[in-house]
Design a protein. Structure first.
Length: 464
């Protein structure tokens, strides 16, 4: 347990001065983190259900409307490492608070947008706020929880992130049943204000790192991820081949320079040295592939169900069995991780997920509610089995003192996978205007199956 003491004044005690912070302040601090993570993670998927409606209302094509998703994922991917580094230097609580305020303000900008361009710009800036919150989350949990309960705190947060992602369409369905699509973003404003108040009063002051901010690495990282995602998305939007080649070439060039620079840094922005740990590298790779397949499915399924004649509210409700099954199965999978190899459990979950995605892609034109529901349950079963063993293996594969770097790498892998997944769906929609949604689900299934193969390559034992 943490050190028990009188309630301190807000932000006055540094988390490094004791092994965690005392209860009940610890629980309030985790509540603030959990609310912020829920908003930032859910906003990556909550809008998917309304994409067909947004495309119609804003007079844009389905491929163009996916920029509402892509802009958020792109900025999150570009800024995650940079904001995590700023948290090391200036304090995690400061970066968290500023990014939470930015996220909340941009939610208002999204809600009042009446053109696709302005909505995409607001989503881009909102993604920066979301990245700042995600990038410092696990580092803050290390200061909030005592060492003997850190794994439990990170585990809870992992479940919150996962459930937030898969619950987005269900929450969207409820909102759309009583309000119009701008309220998908407007709902963040009161929740964001409440979270700001809680965070201001309970988050401790975290220790600062002595190293200076590496502007060159930050620039290289930003350009690398921007070029990669924009290049893939350009294929879907049928950009000029010269432009696509230039974007991907820039990503390759700057990525190579970034990796070379990180090898010489004492405090690298991108802790690539952790990838020398085979178990960790394969776990991040599995996370990357699973996140890519999962987001592809969550972007494509609403369009597929829309083609089957379902309304936005119906679409959200029909996807709801997926997160319900994840919530029911994940705790069981977590307990099974203590008895069975995590790689086998994770691979089994991804194989089940891939099978479910194939079944969804093969839905008949006259599919009933039951036809759709049992397929969603299979997808949720697979994803729920996959999450706990993969998360615990990823964070447990590195020394405790490198937990912050492992958290950043894991989050980068997840967000990069989601960004590329959304861009791939846009590409498929651009080339296959009729059967793009079904094809995207088949591709997502293949990616999930590849993730299962990568997971099985993980060694049995955690290295010393």
């Amino acid at each position: 347990m943490g050190v028990q003491q009188a309630m301190p004044k807000p932000g006055m005690i540094a988390a490094a001065e004791m092994d965690g912070i005392a209860t009940p302040r610890r629980y309030w601090a985790h509540l603030a983190i959990g609310l912020a993570v829920t908003m930032s993670s859910m906003d990556g998927s909550i809008v998917n259900v309304a994409l067909p409606t947004i495309a119609h209302v804003l007079h844009s094509s389905p491929a163009s409307s996916i920029w509402v998703v892509n802009a958020y994922q792109l900025s999150t991917c570009m800024s995650l490492l940079v904001l995590g580094s700023l948290g090391d230097i200036y304090g995690y609580e400061k970066v968290f608070f500023i990014c939470l305020a930015l996220f909340t303000a941009c939610s208002l900008g999204c809600a009042v947008s009446r053109h696709l361009d302005s909505l995409a710009i607001a989503r881009f800036v909102q993604g920066v706020g979301g990245a700042g919150m995600l990038g410092v989350t696990n580092a803050m949990l290390r200061g909030i929880y005592p060492k003997n309960e850190l794994a439990k705190g990170i585990g809870r947060n992992t479940v919150v992130v996962a459930l937030s992602l898969v619950m987005g369409p269900s929450v969207a369905s409820f909102i759309l049943s009583v309000a119009s699509w701008p309220w998908l973003f407007g709902v963040n404003m009161p929740l964001g204000v409440v979270t700001l108040v809680i965070a201001r009063n309970v988050l401790p002051r975290f220790p600062r790192s002595a190293h200076a901010f590496d502007m060159n690495s930050a620039f290289l990282s930003t350009v690398t991820f921007a070029g990669l995602v924009l290049g893939i998305d350009g294929i879907g939007h049928r950009q000029a081949p010269v432009m696509i080649a230039a974007e991907l070439s820039i990503a390759l060039l700057f990525g190579t320079l970034l990796i070379r620079r990180q090898k010489t840094m004492a405090s690298p922005l991108l802790p690539i040295d952790l990838l020398r740990i085979r178990l960790f590298a394969l776990s991040v790779g599995t996370t990357f592939l699973a996140s890519m397949g999962q987001l592809m499915a969550y972007v494509a399924i609403p369009f597929l169900l829309h083609q089957l004649g379902r309304s936005p509210v119906e679409i959200g409700l029909l996807i709801t069995p997926w997160p319900i099954m994840v919530g029911a199965v994940a705790p069981i999978a977590g307990r099974l991780t203590q008895r069975f190899r995590a790689s086998i459990l994770a691979s089994t979950g991804l194989i089940i997920l891939a099978s479910g995605l194939v079944l969804v892609a093969a839905l008949p034109p006259a599919a009933s509610i039951l036809d759709i529901t049992w397929r969603m349950l299979i997808c949720g079963l697979g994803y729920g089995i996959f999450l706990p063993p993969n998360s615990s293996t990823q964070i447990g594969a590195v020394p405790r003192q490198r937990s912050g770097g492992a958290s950043t790498m894991g989050a980068t892998g997840r967000v990069l996978g989601q960004s590329i997944g959304a861009a791939l769906v846009a590409g498929l929609f651009g080339f296959f205007t009729v059967n793009g949604a079904a094809l995207a689900l088949f591709v997502a299934a293949a990616i999930a199956a590849t993730g299962a193969f990568v997971s099985m390559l993980r060694p049995t034992h955690v290295p010393a």
